[in-house]
Design a protein around this ligand. Structure first.
Ligand code: GRF
Length: 213
């Protein structure tokens, strides 16, 4: 069974989709700990409800970024975390954590990377008036949403979409592909060569554009 460590800053709906996937048996994993930088994050309530330990760690209580992410890495290691999940963690993760969990840290981004990285990916896409947008699960590297791409899902983007309407459409897909990417990882089906992620699903890889469920 795969041991997860989750980082989240806000409402935690992606965290919830992972919890639900574990509880339904879709995902053979357990969440060892939720770490948040925000004492008001609703993700904390979700953790409580499902008996998951949570820690609030504020960057300003640490000497610098390196100290902060070294400490987080230590907390994960202590609990045997094998895969780190960024479920709406609103910070660029520091080297100290990335180096400990290289190609073992996954993030979900609400746009089809490499388009529209950074904050408000959905607003950037709506303002640009692209016709297709979506979401991306990728491994985390030192850049801003630049790591190797594992899986993407596409949705239409309409001329009268607002940030909110497009976000809602994308979020539904986020809740499908994030647990799916973790499942593929837990089954040992994901390997990384440079920035190429090879996913062995035993059939046409093109299916990954829209997962088969
Ligand atoms: C999601 O849109 C995710 O793609 C982005 O941050 C948002 C988090 O939402 N990284 P939630 O906290 O999981 O509901």
């Amino acid at each position: 069974m795969l041991t997860l460590g989750v980082l989240a800053s806000g409402r935690g709906s992606n965290f919830q989709s992972i919890i639900d996937s574990i509880e339904s048996g879709f995902l053979d994993a357990k969440t060892a700990v939720l770490i948040t930088d925000n004492p008001d994050a609703y993700a904390i309530e979700r953790a409580k409800k499902h008996n998951i330990e949570s820690l609030v760690l504020k960057p300003r209580d640490f000497a610098d970024k390196n100290a902060y992410y070294s400490y987080i890495a230590g907390e994960f290691k202590k609990r045997g975390v094998e895969l780190v999940i960024l479920a709406g963690f609103m910070r660029v993760v520091g080297k100290a954590l990335i180096e400990q969990y290289r190609n073992k840290t996954m993030n979900i981004h609400p746009a089809l990377l490499p388009s529209f990285p950074g904050l408000h990916g959905q607003k950037q896409a709506a303002d640009y008036s692209v016709k297709i947008s979506g979401c991306t699960v990728h491994f985390v590297d030192e850049g801003m949403d630049t790591g190797p791409i594992i899986i993407q899902a596409a949705v239409p983007s309409y001329h009268d979409d607002t940030e909110d309407t497009l976000s809602e459409r994308i979020l539904k897909q986020e809740h499908r592909i994030f647990p799916y990417a973790i499942k593929l990882y837990s089954e040992g089906r994901i390997s990384v060569k440079g920035r190429k992620v090879i996913v062995n699903v035993g059939r046409d890889d093109a299916l990954l554009i829209n997962p088969p469920f």
